[in-house]
Design a protein around this ligand. Sequence first.
Ligand SMILES: [Zn+2]
Length: 411
Amino acid sequence: MGVEMLRTFLTLGLCASAGYFLAASMTTDSISARARKLHFSSIVVDTHDDTTQRFLDGKFDIGVRNPKGSIDIPRLREGGLTAIFFSIWIPSKITGLEAVHRANVQIEAVREQVSTHRKELALCTTASEVRTAKKQGKIAALMGVEGGHMINSDLDVLRKFALLGVRYMTLTHSGNDEWADASTDKPAHNGLTDFGKDVVREMNRLGVMVDVSHVSDKTFYDALEASKAPLIASHSSCRALCDAARNMTDQMMKDLAAKGGVIQINYHVGFLSQEFRNAEKAHPEWEQAIAAEVRKACGDNEACQLIEGDRVTREYVEQGKLPRVNWTVILDHINHAVKAAGIDHVGLGSDFDGANMPYGMEDASKLPKITEALLKKGYSEDDVKKILGENTLRVMAEVERVSHEMNASRK
Ligand SMILES: [Zn+2]
């Protein structure tokens, strides 16, 4: 088992907290009337959720409240979420036609969930469709492909993903793909290859947002230069506060913002808390023990690994081995990103159902707490709306505009 896989286990979800904790935290979550009104009237977008893995497990029903995990329709409603990007994800080591096939299976699974719950969910592909869904009282479901390895170096596959409704692609996952370097792998291409730049331009033409979470710093700058449209970092946090290679430096955030892009803050404790990272690093044997326990319980079942990884990691926190990270650290990263990039360039990308959530942000129902905290911190209502979702919709609309322009000039 490689380091990547071990790390994957540890960075897999810790969303299913012990029942007693949930009960305790619920009683203390008081949201003011002003925050509640603002939150539920706003466009709230989450650009990264890994719930798709659970769709592959035939027993999961997103329509009912689940005791495990972070996402289902009842809790999306409680959290006032307008739009959710379901991640199409397979590990970087799976490549070739198998990667394409498995991505297609997941796209189909998302579309199937939306059609099963069509009274509650609407498959959306544009910013204006998201606004329409909100007006109709539906939750907008969108898709992002997390890793360029899933196109098998074939622009036709990318075009088919776009046709099926995919609206962003993360250029890499944790390992390099054939045409782009990842932040957590040895550099092999010095950023983006020439073909990688073609991929970015074709994404621009198709109206698929270019996502730079997970990529190396050089890949980020190559993509920034190649892209005719603003970029997103769908689930990244601030490296100045937590030194993870896949977080963004202040300079990167400034440069992303200068081209109109948005960083959507990730809630994973290992990307938010330096203390948590240090504890992980100091005790690699815990990481291995957690991985072994998860493998024993789940084998290769990734949906099971998400839930079990959660549960076991939180046991280590309860035992005092790993530090307990409070949800307010998300606010620290939002504030820092606003200072570095500006109020128009920050959004939310939780990584729910795919990462270890901090205490107090166990699931989507907790989101109004972010609005409450931002108001308390002194943000104006308009600025809160920008962070909650307006910034992300602005990038979507701009990406659509660039796509129309490029297609028109080809005629
Ligand atoms: Zn990710």
